[in-house]
Design a protein around this ligand. Structure first.
Ligand code: ISE
Length: 359
């Protein structure tokens, strides 16, 4: 990766000199908190063919600090300036979810490819606005950051399904554990922030719509933060009758664990678990090796693969990498999340209805 330390100046705000067109994809990053800073680090150190040129965060001091780690980058005051910057070829959005719709729409307006962290929007109607805008723009520009699609285990399972090795999918059993969550995490975050990954896994593995979802509340662990129902169990049913279970527990106090088992008519396969004895949900847990503490080390390779594939797609003009989640996937996830959240208060399953997919 080429970087030019001489261009690093946090105070510089004007567009770069474009007379010598750089080969690297110049990425503008919006939001450099936990996930955004992680992406800046990977773009600056591990991703080939890209560099961070411009970044912003609502905390200017955070932006300056992160920019100092990314040679050649500069800080601007607003996310609008990131998108508009002449030295930004493509945008990576890692701001809080409630800003995603507006920021992705602005990228579409500017005609710039964008990789947006999940969720695409906080409700299906907002997510559909993005689907419609992209359709009207007439160009596929939106990739959505469901990084598990780039996890090696996920890829193997997808390959096995596509090759017919497992037969007809009957059940997909998912387990998702976090050691802890950030303060302020609510039941809504359980759905839109955490279970949303398994909801996208349904689109990824089964490639068919969810028709209903039931959210079940077991008794909560005493480790759960005040007011949070933890764990939760989700039961999804797809159009063809495959049932998906998702056990989600986000305050284990132990480690990070994501396990996925597909039960097919010809056999079952599990990914996310190393061979050997495995103990979890207790201090000193073992998962082949040490259990990672959060999703960043667990999915480091998946995030790297995701961002590398996106950069390659931007460079070759296709803009969206094979197997990447799209705006449509983001809309589907939001529609299923909405039903899952409604089911928290309902007695039984809630139906999911999807709008038409633009041709
Ligand atoms: C977080 O936002 C993520 O995306 C992680 O992958 C997930 O495991 C965690 O539950 C979420 O809070």
């Amino acid at each position: 990766m080429t970087t030019d330390p001489s261009t690093h100046t946090a105070a510089q705000t004007g567009p770069a000199d474009l007379s010598a067109a750089p080969q690297d994809v110049r990425v503008g990053v919006i939001g450099v908190g936990r996930m955004g800073a992680d992406h800046v680090e990977r773009l600056s150190r591990r991703i080939k063919g890209a560099r961070v040129s411009v970044l912003s965060d609502y905390r200017r001091a955070t932006a300056e600090k992160v920019s100092a780690t990314a040679p050649g980058s500069r800080v601007v005051d607003t996310w609008q300036e990131v998108i508009a910057a002449a030295d930004v070829d493509a945008v990576l959005i890692a701001s809080p979810g409630q800003f995603h719709r507006e920021q992705v729409l602005a990228c579409l307006e500017a005609g710039k490819p964008v990789l947006c962290e999940k969720p695409l929007a906080m409700n299906p109607s907002d997510a559909y606005d993005v689907v419609r805008a992209e359709h009207e723009a007439g160009r596929a520009l939106v990739s959505l950051g469901f990084m598990r699609r780039f996890d090696a285990g996920y890829g193997q399972l997808k390959d096995a399904l596509e090759a017919g090795e497992l037969g007809t999918p009957l059940l997909l059993n998912c387990k998702h554990r976090n050691a802890s969550v950030l303060p302020g995490f609510t039941d809504t975050h359980m759905v839109y922030d955490s279970a949303v990954h398994e909801i996208d896994a349904i689109s990824f593995f089964l490639d068919e719509p969810v028709v209903s979802v039931q959210t079940v509340m077991p008794r909560s662990t005493e480790k759960a933060p005040e007011g949070l129902h933890d764990p939760l169990l989700f039961l999804f049913r797809t159009a063809s009758g495959t049932v998906v279970t998702d056990e989600l527990w986000v305050s284990t106090d132990a480690g990070y664990e994501v396990r996925t088992e597909l039960v097919g008519s010809k056999g079952a396969a599990t990914v996310g678990q190393e061979a050997g004895m495995v103990t979890t949900q207790q201090a000193g847990s073992r998962w082949g090796g040490a259990v990672p503490l959060d999703f960043r080390p667990r999915f480091l390779a998946a995030y790297d693969a995701e961002v590398q594939a996106w950069v390659a797609a931007v460079a070759d003009g296709s803009n969206i990498a094979p197997r990447s989640a799209t705006a449509w996937d983001g809309y589907v996830a939001a529609a299923v999340c909405e039903a899952a959240e409604q089911s928290l208060a309902a007695d039984g399953a809630v139906a999911v209805t999807l709008r038409d997919r633009p041709a």
